[in-house]
Design a protein around this ligand. Structure first.
Ligand code: NAD
Ligand code: DAO
Ligand code: ZN
Length: 373
């Protein structure tokens, strides 16, 4: 505590270059900050998207990664919520419980540190990482691709230390996002019909959430036939590969469900699929939730009459989940065997071979890859 730590991290020096694993310095936490030894991190499309240089908020050099778990190494002045040794999950969607957003009861989008985390700096506008004599930027307030990271006290939550961190790291993004989209954002009710477009980690977690809400029919849609077995294992009652249809997926869904779905979810990030998901909703009440992140500059469209006639279009970040308030409960559900996490992990890697994780991600048979740091 109180001293700079030298450790290894995967540094993103510039856009569209592989991460470089090297020694970095991690400064001590300042007031209101916590230094965490990152044990495991998942790799998510957003990390790769930012590395590719297409993310308008992407800044270099930086340390990416936002789906991580670890152990508190030390805390800065004024931090009372955490102590050395706590088992934690890092939160790219912070929760301060005090800002207008947190207090509204209407959103999980805490804004306490949003402006600075978007700029890759700590709330005091400085950084805690140095490498090759240069300042290195933070990412999404988390930077989990480092053996040690420093985060705001609003960007982590302590959870039951009995839960294995090589699994709970996935609660930092993908699994929580999909599950929360069904349970928190859409609030799927018992007996409802649901369609999920895109059966990656996020889509699978929506299936799990819809099943937990006791949906009556859960239709999974993916262009990759390999996802059918996956979808069924996570609660889908039907699977459709839209490429194999002779009519549009919207017509198929509307026909199969006597007028459309009660709830649909986009987990692809493709704006054409987002439109299909909206238009497959039932007239008068169907609700479509956008989870996928579209490429920079992309726009959605539909005929306004779709909304005039009672379909609703909404979106969700981190599944509407308030990390501090809700993740300890999800961890408990996992420990009680009532919530899947292990099943999403198809690949593992190490910090030294973090770039391999991105190769796995691109190959199509990877749901989630977890790196041992
Ligand atoms: P993934 O790549 O593992 O899964 C996407 C799936 O969609 C794949 O199985 C792919 O075959 C399928 N797909 C692609 N195009 C399709 C199409 N036209 N029709 C049907 N299926 C299609 O990705 P993921 O990790 O599950 O993430 C899904 C999306 O969610 C990404 O856009 C990601 O950036 C986003 N995301 C959003 C949040 C949030 O908070 N809103 C959080 C995490 C991830
Ligand atoms: O502006 O308050 C805000 C929060 C923006 C974060 C939204 C994140 C949505 C998707 C991120 C992809 C996965 C990390
Ligand atoms: Zn807040």
């Amino acid at each position: 505590a109180g001293k700079t730590i030298t450790c290894k991290a995967a540094v993103a020096w510039e856009a569209s270059k592989p991460l470089s694993v090297e020694e970095i310095e991690v400064l001590p936490p300042r007031a209101g900050e916590v230094r965490v030894r990152v044990t495991y991190t998942g790799l998510c499309h957003t990390d790769y998207y930012t590395l590719s240089g297409n993310d308008p908020e992407g800044a270099f050099p930086s340390i990416l990664g936002h789906e991580g778990a670890g152990i508190v190494e030390s805390v800065g002045d004024g931090v009372e919520e955490f102590k050395e040794g706590d088992s934690v999950i890092l939160l790219y969607t912070a929760e301060c419980k005090q800002c207008k957003f947190c207090k509204s009861g209407k959103t999980n989008l805490c804004q306490a540190i949003r402006a600075t985390s978007g700029q890759g700096v700590m709330p005091d506008k400085t950084v805690r990482f140095r490498a090759r004599g240069q300042d290195i930027k933070h990412f999404m307030g988390t930077s989990t691709f480092s053996q040690y990271t420093v985060v705001s006290q609003h960007s982590l939550v302590a959870v039951d230390p009995k839960a294995p961190q090589e699994k709970t790291c996935l609660l930092g993004c993908g699994v929580t996002t999909g599950y929360g989209a069904a349970t928190n954002t859409a609030k799927v009710e018992e007996g409802a019909t649901v369609a999920v477009f895109g059966i990656g980690c996020v889509g699978l977690a929506v299936l799990e959430g819809a099943k937990a809400c006791k949906a009556s029919r859960i239709i999974a849609i993916d262009m990759n036939d390999g996802k059918e077995d996956w979808a069924k294992r996570f609660g889908a009652t039907e699977f459709i590969n839209p490429k194999k249809l002779e009519r549009s997926i919207v017509e198929e869904l509307v026909e199969r469900t006597d007028g459309g779905l009660d709830y649909t979810f986009d987990c692809t990030g493709n704006v054409d699929v987002m439109r299909q998901a909206l238009e497959a909703c039932h007239k008068g009440w169907g609700v479509s939730t956008i989870i996928g992140v579209a490429a920079a500059g992309k726009e959605i469209s539909t005929r306004p009459f779709q909304l005039v006639t009672g379909r609703k279009w909404q979106g969700t970040a981190f599944g509407g989940t308030k990390g501090k308030t809700e993740l300890p409960g999800l961890v408990q559900k996992y420990l009680d065997g009532k919530f899947k996490i292990d099943e999403y992990i198809t690949h593992t890697t190490t910090l030294d071979e973090l770039n391999k994780g991105f190769d796995y991600m691109k190959a199509g048979d990877c749901v989630r890859c977890v790196a041992n740091m």
